[in-house]
Design a protein around this ligand. Structure first.
Ligand SMILES: [Zn+2]
Length: 228
């Protein structure tokens, strides 16, 4: 269950004043996270109806932004542009009030962090139920495990880098014998390559187009064939 991400202001009785020359002046509010439960939305229904420049700070209609996010112009919360402007103009905050305001922020933010942490746990625990769900995919799971282990052990990595080379050296291609321009060739239908036929499969002569019965000799300059 997630709770509304909306930042709200505590009622007046929890608020405090800013001082100048020993006299209390502007009222600053402390924040809390809206406790309403939400499903699939960031903010609850009431909090989605914010009214600009709303008269009462502690009313849900007053926009204070989202927990952890920037403070809107309307907000008179500790840390808001309104508050910072007061400080800039020489007003001071009592140490006890600042401590209280900071505690309120960390309390509201901590609730968000906890929600995030819960999400992370959910994500990391996701792969675990997977093997149970995919009953028929047991070999796949084993392969994944092997890959993870091999990436941790250096000698295994060396072995695995050799693998592709060995495979390409002994690649088995199915060929069929064809006659083209008075010569015999072996034709690999999968790759479209034509190999010279002299006592077995010889050099690659190029790409053969079965529809037009033409041989494309461009393969001679193809680096892939220079290895043959
Ligand atoms: Zn709300």
């Amino acid at each position: 269950m997630a709770t509304c991400l909306s930042r709200r202001a505590h009622p007046d009785k929890v608020s405090f004043r800013l001082y100048k020359d020993g006299k209390p002046k502007f009222t600053i509010f402390t924040e809390f996270r809206c406790p309403n439960i939400v499903e699939g939305t960031k903010v609850c229904e009431e909090c989605s109806n914010k009214l600009p420049m709303y008269k009462y700070q502690a009313n849900q209609k007053c926009d204070h932004g989202l927990i952890g996010g920037p403070y809107p112009k309307d907000s008179k919360l500790y840390g808001s542009p309104y508050y910072l402007n007061c400080i800039k103009n020489g007003y001071t905050i009592l140490e006890i009030d600042e401590q209280r305001a900071k505690e309120a922020i960390s309390k509201a933010t901590m609730q968000v962090d906890m929600t995030k942490a819960k999400k992370v746990i959910k994500l990391s625990s996701k792969p675990k139920p997977k093997p149970k769900a995919t009953k028929s995919a047991i070999p796949v799971i084993e392969t994944t495990r092997a890959t993870q282990e091999s990436s941790m052990v250096t000698p295994t990595i060396l072995e695995s880098t050799e693998l592709p080379i060995v495979v390409s050296d002994i690649t088995v291609v199915k060929v069929r014998k064809i006659h083209h321009e008075n010569k015999d060739y072996y034709f690999d239908e999968d790759s479209g390559k034509l190999y010279e036929a002299n006592n077995g499969v010889g050099k690659c002569a190029g790409y053969y187009n079965t529809e037009t019965s033409t041989l494309d000799p461009r393969a001679e300059s193809d680096s892939e064939f220079n290895d043959d």
